[in-house]
Design a protein around this ligand. Structure first.
Ligand code: 0X9
Ligand code: ZN
Length: 808
């Protein structure tokens, strides 16, 4: 049964110099509708009062988009509507919920409509049935297959029970939080998540972030998202995720899923599309819009003075116990830095201001802009969903007395409204399947915000951190210190470094670069083979210290000082040492050859190196057709000469990087993407092979592409390394061509110090070195001057023999 009967109600609408601004208000003509009903409220312990209050079924209701041609038509359409169905106005259309009678009234008024939801009653009924089935499945033991909490929307009581479960199940990590009590006596409860308290890292010193849901009762995806974000955070923390671990050591995240419990309960018991609180306005209407009731620029543009309107601001700022309770909760938390108020729907990330089209002053506006973009990108990366970010006033509509304006304007808290899924197809009646993906995508967004908040200053390295540095030289790289919400104290940025694994860390000032926050860090010179340990430190103008790594000096970064001890390059201009063919090769055409390739759709028209014009290629000639000289009937193998991945005196490398250019094509022909290309590597001159690179059958490069591999850790470096290139025509009908050029080995490490006793420098100290020395001594050669005293004399013989006996 539908409670609403005809009559005229006006939704908030302000007519300012001919412009229609929504939602706002000018007048009210209240008629019966859901808000005309007896309040039927009494809190959780007054079920009888609820029971006599009838339920709105929405039978015969539709969601329609009207295109009013005049302000008068717009007012009329709003008056006819049951409620609004938008969080944002894109274009001139107005999306409204109308009853069957309302539709007739629109027709009568000559206001054209297009139908968005043909049967709202059925949509809401389907939602109810889904909930019933999910709970029946739970009762039948579906819980055995895992957690079923997010299978459906949850009642206020279920959400509260879930909070208790989270607190009980995660001692020390999840702690209960009480915000206050609703007008009808329901608890406004939440919970805080952070790493356990410890003496070294007291929980009560960490930054705080608050996420709340359900200011608006009908937006059911809002509490589920808040709960799902919490669930992901707790799960990832428990699983030892390092990023979440660091965030939770630095921040406490507070979740309050339902701020307006009276309204929320009412959407379950009575009127599914109820938006406001349930206060009795005394004129036969009920409810204040909590998100117009906040006391910063309260009563400005985009808030209604009319009690029956959906955006009614209330009789005075914080007239509602719910908003007053959350205000007190937030104001009592000086460490609270950021806040998100979750709503549905429209997929928006809205920063202040709502009351004015002006934007917050710099530098904060840049922070909002950056985080709006970062959060939107994270969401898109997770699910592909587009959320549009921007200041709320201009991105959707002016609204005054909203929570982000108060939180930011009064408390300096970075605060957002996020409008969750979707963009209107289901609107406030989101399908249950949207619960988990909406939770996941917003978890990604929230992590980005937490990154920003949790660390007072954030160090990032646009060029990466050095993996190794050149011995005997200083080395520099860029550091960006993001001051987040704080200001970095100028000149406080330091690199702390030491070499050789012992002693005090020495501070080196960071050099400011042109971009604000960007610095150059210069590591001190170290001898080859020494490890440089280092970390960064900086402080805020508020004397908060930050380090990178965050737990420095308990953990520090480190890098080895090395030299390039071998660099070999084969430009593939001569065949010396290369071998074509291997046992098992069956290719009949397109066998490897060293040649200047002729371009086809499947092979290059030139080699890749600057010198010469040759490369290894499978059948260099173009032929009459693309398939004339491609690889046919099996594999052809090209094996490189033996390469050394050691230093010149057999030194083991710190790093040995092998690189080459490849061209590979197999996406042509009647039966493309059939043929793989493997690159193998051997460290014993070809006795045994292991895979280095596998190019799958559907991954043509069709271009020269450089590939690089670090061999250390992959295969033991020796001086008998070979690589092998094996394109394989595995199926008929496919065109397969390959080419190889520019094989380079770069070995980094430390040279073995030269040994004076190894006089002939053949790598071994032996008796012949004595004879070699004496030969030079008799001849008066300068290298026989061993003792450092100018001139060659008998003491040089004793000095050499002393060295020789001492060994190397
Ligand atoms: O109007 C609202 O309170 C929010 N939209 S909703 O449809 N969920 O009710 C948006 C508030 C965003 N803030 C401003 N526009 N200032
Ligand atoms: Zn809302």
């Amino acid at each position: 049964m539908t409670q609403r009967v005809g009559g005229v109600r006006l939704f908030g609408i302000a007519v300012v110099a001919g412009a229609v601004l929504l939602p706002g208000t000018v007048r009210a003509q209240e008629a019966s509708g859901p808000e005309r009903q007896a309040p039927g409220e009494g809190g959780p312990d007054a079920p009888a009062a609820v029971a006599h209050d009838a339920r709105t079924t929405y039978d015969g209701f539709k969601v329609v988009r009207v295109l009013p041609r005049t302000v008068r038509e717009e007012l009329a359409a709003l008056a006819i509507a049951e409620t609004t169905w938008f969080c944002e106005r894109r274009g001139p259309g107005l999306d409204l919920v109308v009853s069957a009678e309302g539709l007739a009234a629109l027709d009568e008024a000559g206001i054209a409509q297009t139908v968005l939801v043909a049967d709202l009653g059925a949509l809401i009924e389907a939602e109810r049935v889904q909930g019933e089935q999910a709970r029946a499945a739970e009762a039948n033991g579906a819980a055995f297959r895992g957690d079923t909490y997010f299978d459906t929307f949850r009642t206020y009581d279920e959400v509260m029970a879930r909070i208790d479960l989270l607190v009980a199940g995660n001692p020390g990590v999840v702690t209960p939080v009480s915000v206050g009590t609703s007008r009808f006596g329901r608890a406004i409860r939440g919970f805080a998540v952070s790493a356990p308290d410890s003496v070294e890292n007291p929980r009560n010193e960490r930054r705080q972030v608050l996420f709340n849901g359900t200011q608006h009762a009908r937006e059911w995806l809002s509490p589920t998202t808040v709960m799902h974000i919490a669930h992901s955070l707790i799960a990832d923390f428990g699983a030892g995720d390092p990023r979440v671990g660091e965030l939770m050591s630095n921040a406490e995240v507070i979740f309050v899923p339902i701020i307006n419990p009276d309204g929320y309960v009412y959407t379950w018991t009575n009127t599914r599309l109820w938006r406001k609180t349930r206060v009795d306005n005394g004129n036969g209407t009920f409810g204040v819009d909590p998100n117009r009731n906040w006391g910063f620029e309260w009563g400005g543009e985009g808030a209604s003075t009319t009690p029956g309107n959906e955006t009614y601001r209330g009789p005075f700022a914080f007239s509602e116990p719910e908003t007053a309770a959350l205000r007190d909760f937030m104001a009592a938390r000086p460490r609270l830095d950021a806040h998100i108020d979750f709503h549905t729907f429209s997929q928006l990330i809205l920063s202040p201001w709502g009351y004015t089209s002006a934007v917050p002053a710099e530098p904060t506006q840049s922070v909002f802009t950056r985080l709006n973009g970062d959060m939107a990108r994270e969401i898109r990366g997770q699910s592909g969903m587009t959320y549009i970010g921007g200041p709320s006033n201009t991105t959707i509509y002016p609204a005054s007395g909203t929570v982000p304006d108060w939180a930011f304007g009064d408390q300096g808290i970075l605060s957002w409204t996020i409008e969750l899924r979707d963009t209107g197809a289901y609107g406030f009646v989101a399908p249950a399947q949207a619960i988990v993906p909406t939770g996941h995508e917003n978890y990604r967004a929230v992590l980005t915000l937490l990154d920003y908040i949790a660390l007072p200053l954030r160090f990032t390295f646009p060029d990466g951190l050095p993996q190794e540095v050149e011995a005997e030289q200083t080395s520099s790289f860029r550091v960006v210190i993001d001051s987040n919400m704080n200001a970095m104290s100028s000149g406080s940025g330091q690199l702390l470094a030491r070499t050789g694994g012992a002693g005090a860390f020495v501070p080196f000032a960071l050099t400011a670069l042109a971009n604000p926050g960007e610095f150059l860090a210069t590591l001190p010179a170290a001898e080859c083979g020494q490890t440089i340990e280092f970390s960064f430190a900086a402080s805020t103008t508020g004397a908060q210290n930050a380090t990178y790594p965050t737990d420095a000096p308990a953990s520090v970064l480190s890098v080895d000082a090395v030299e390039t001890i071998r660099s070999s390059r084969d430009a593939c201009e001569a065949a010396g040492g290369w071998m074509v063919g291997a046992p098992g090769d069956t290719a009949t055409t397109g066998v490897w050859e060293l040649a200047s390739p002729q371009a086809t759709g499947a092979q290059p028209g030139a080699d890749v190196s600057v010198d010469g014009s040759l490369c290894w290629v499978t059948g260099a000639a173009a032929g009459s057709q693309i398939g004339t000289f491609d690889v046919d009937n099996g594999a052809t193998t090209l094996t490189s000469p033996a390469l050394s991945a050691l230093g010149p005196a057999g030194e083991q490398p710190d790093s040995a990087r092998l690189s080459y250019y490849l061209w590979y094509s197999n996406d042509q022909g009647s039966n493309p993407a059939q043929d793989p290309f493997d690159v193998l590597i051997s460290n014993n001159d070809g006795a045994t092979w292991q895979g280095l690179q596998h190019i799958a059958a559907d991954s043509s490069t069709n271009a020269w592409v450089r590939f690089e591999f670090e061999l250390v850790g992959l295969i033991e470096p020796t001086d008998q390394m070979r690589i092998r290139f094996v394109p394989n025509d595995a199926a008929p009908g496919s065109i397969i061509e390959a080419a190889v050029d520019e094989v380079v080995v770069l070995v980094r490490g430390c040279p073995i110090p030269p040994c004076a006793a190894d006089f002939d420098a053949n790598g071994v100290r032996e008796v012949t070195d004595i004879f070699a020395f004496l030969g030079v001594w008799f001849a008066g050669g300068s290298s026989a001057d061993i003792d450092g005293i100018p001139g060659i004399g008998v003491p040089d013989i004793f000095a050499f023999l002393a060295l020789w006996f001492a060994g190397c």
